[in-house]
Write a protein that binds this ligand. Structure first.
Ligand SMILES: Nc1ncnc2c1ncn2[C@@H]1O[C@H](COP(=O)(O)OP(=O)(O)OP(=O)(O)O)[C@@H](O)[C@H]1O
Ligand SMILES: C[C@@](O)(CCO)CC(=O)[O-]
Ligand SMILES: [Mg+2]
Length: 328
């Protein structure tokens, strides 16, 4: 039996624009997905995803050549989950050169699904690491990140950046621009507060929506480039340990993301509640549409204000997690 875990993340800035080659700075947070795998004697795959509940039922499925999941209600949720898990297993089989390896797998996660905290990347990174190690194949962290990116790219219909998967694999604050992925050492203390509206957005759909706007309007393409400018300015603020400026740039980034149509009423309400409470900055994180915002505040005021904000289901502090994927 082999167990690996990998962290979720928040975006300081740059989501969506990173898909088109602009830089982005995601930061791993201390919330993890844990994947347990055990090799089987046959080539079957049995997955228990403890957090994927549909109408109160836990989804449990086996996936083989032409097999459908063992649930009587096929849903897009189950199909997407199979895409991530099957993709991760495929990568581990390929890495270990054992195309017929079968597994029993259990997924458990502290990261809300589809909420902008990178649950998909964390699950894929942890699953590839655990399954490869179960097959006695030791991949470097960079190899795990690269293989996890291929899975996200496939599930998101060919439109994904390396940001979420690289960040989850490496941990800490990272910088991603196209294929160029690096860790940022020496980041100042970033007092993250997360607000969660209990909802979710479909990353693939939201990315496709931004692409369509960008294709239709030059000013939408300019907006994507402007996000890149915000990120470059933000990197300078980080290098200068100027956290108030980082916050101001997060506010600007949220405005641009909102113009691209990926915010929502509840995300905006949480962003304004955080700003009114004195946060240095607040923005949606991840794909948007619903889910989470991230704010910077070293006082308890933002967390308290969010907990009283209608539409905010949970508010919590998130610490930067300097450790990426790890064996448990
Ligand atoms: N604990 C889990 N068990 C099984 N599958 C999961 C789990 N967590 C996430 N997933 C898969 O990831 C999907 C959510 O991925 P998606 O990219 O839409 O959102 P996210 O990664 O949480 O947010 P974002 O990409 O905006 O940061 C779920 O629908 C499911 O398929
Ligand atoms: C919206 C996006 O930029 C981040 C999702 O967490 C998509 C991606 O980078 O693949
Ligand atoms: Mg995702």
């Amino acid at each position: 039996m082999t167990v690996s875990s990998a962290p979720g993340k928040v975006y300081l800035f740059g989501e969506h624009a990173v898909v088109y080659g602009e830089p982005a700075v995601p930061c791993a947070i201390e919330r993890r997905a844990r994947v347990t795998v055990e090799a089987r004697d046959d080539d079957r795959l049995r997955v228990e995803a403890k957090d994927l509940t549909l109408d109160g039922f836990t989804v449990e499925y086996s996936s083989g050549a032409d097999e459908q999941p063992d649930v009587n209600v096929p849903t897009p949720l189950v199909e997407a989950a199979m895409g991530y898990v099957d993709g991760a297993i495929e990568q581990a089989r390929d890495a270990a050169d054992t195309p017929d390896a079968g597994f029993d797998m259990t997924v458990e996660s502290d990261i809300p699904l589809g909420a902008g905290l990178g649950s998909s990347a964390a699950v894929v990174v942890a699953a590839i690491d655990a399954a490869a190690r179960e097959l006695d194949c030791d991949l470097t962290t960079e190899e795990v990140a690269g293989r996890a990116y291929r899975v996200e790219h496939e599930v998101q219909d060919g439109q994904a950046s390396r940001a979420d998967t690289f960040c989850s694999a490496m941990g800490g604050a990272v910088r991603v621009e196209g294929d160029d992925c690096t860790r940022i050492d020496d980041v100042p203390n970033l007092p993250f507060v997360v607000g969660y509206d209990g909802g979710a957005g479909d990353t693939g759909e939201l990315v496709a929506g931004v692409r369509a706007l960008r294709d239709e309007y030059d000013f939408a393409a300019d907006t994507v480039e402007a996000i890149g400018d915000v990120v470059r300015e933000g990197e300078q603020a980080l290098a200068d340990d100027d956290v108030p400026s980082v916050g101001k740039l997060m506010n600007f980034d949220h405005g641009l993301l909102s113009a691209l149509g990926v915010s929502s009423r509840s995300l905006d309400a949480m962003v304004w509640a955080a700003r009114d409470a004195g946060a240095m900055g607040a923005k949606l994180t991840g794909a948007g549409g619903g889910g989470c915002i991230v704010a910077l505040d070293d006082t308890p005021a933002t967390e308290t204000a969010l907990s009283y904000t209608p539409g905010c289901e949970a508010a919590f502090r998130a610490e930067l997690d300097r450790e990426g994927v790890r064996a448990e």
